[in-house]
Design a protein. Structure first.
Length: 238
């Protein structure tokens, strides 16, 4: 597929300050995204194809220039650069782009100052949740997940947890979400929020409640787990 390339990017401060690997990463994103700038990023594949050992999440590498919409990444200024500031609905090529943009909540051509009005701003566990009614079992949207508590505080904690798991390259499948929700129904809201915060702070990808709260803890490692020399928490195997 042929696309326009911004040769002036080398003059832009944000691009000039990127490391060589991140410059390649940016090219990889703009080469692989669809006509609306939407892409399902596999960071490990990107690192392999670029020849990098590790690559950060696109939103961390390019803040403001790449956004997470549902479970897809969106290169914000891609459409504007490739097609200009206006799209014509009667143009077949533009119609397809507009349809994709509408699906993620944009009405018209986006830029870095605009935000989606319809799409969820937090990552999903799976799927796009477009709800077009053309298939079954395609995935979940945030609204499809029945959370155990409805308070804004819990919603915020849960969204942070889903974001953390995705940034750790370990997004949660439906079975994991169901199991965690079942546990939190037993724990109660306050304990569930504290457990989520504790797991994020310690870099754990599981939820481990502090059942000894109020006492002096002897370790910050959950039972059945060990801390490796690198500081990571791993399950102990005999």
């Amino acid at each position: 597929m042929k696309r326009f390339i911004d040769t002036d990017r080398w003059k832009k401060t944000w691009y000039r300050r990127l490391s060589p690997e991140l410059k390649c990463y940016w090219s990889w994103l703009t080469d692989h995204c669809d006509c609306a700038g939407i892409i399902d990023v596999d960071v490990e594949v990107a690192a392999f194809q670029i020849g990098a050992k590790n690559l950060p999440d696109p939103c961390i590498a390019f803040p403001g220039k790449v956004k997470l919409i549902g479970d897809k990444y969106f290169v914000v200024d891609f459409v504007r650069f490739q097609n200009g500031s206006e799209l014509n609905p009667s143009n077949n090529a533009h119609r397809g782009i507009l349809k994709r943009l509408e699906a993620i909540g944009y009405d018209g051509v986006p830029d870095e100052s605009t935000s989606p009005s319809l799409a969820p701003s937090e990552p999903l566990a799976r799927g796009t949740g477009k709800g077009k009614g053309k298939g079954k079992g395609k995935g979940n949207s945030k609204n499809d997940i029945k959370l155990p508590f409805e308070s804004e505080k819990f919603q915020e904690a849960w969204n942070h947890w889903v974001t953390f798991r995705k940034e750790s390259r370990k997004p949660m499948p439906e079975t994991t979400i169901a199991a965690q929700i079942k546990k939190m129904e037993v724990w109660g809201e306050a304990k569930s929020i504290a457990t989520i915060q504790r797991s994020i702070e310690n870099g754990w990808t599981g939820l481990f409640p502090d059942d000894k709260a109020g006492t002096t803890p002897t370790t910050d490692v959950p039972e059945g787990y060990i801390k490796t020399p690198s500081g990571r928490i791993a399950k102990f195997q005999k």
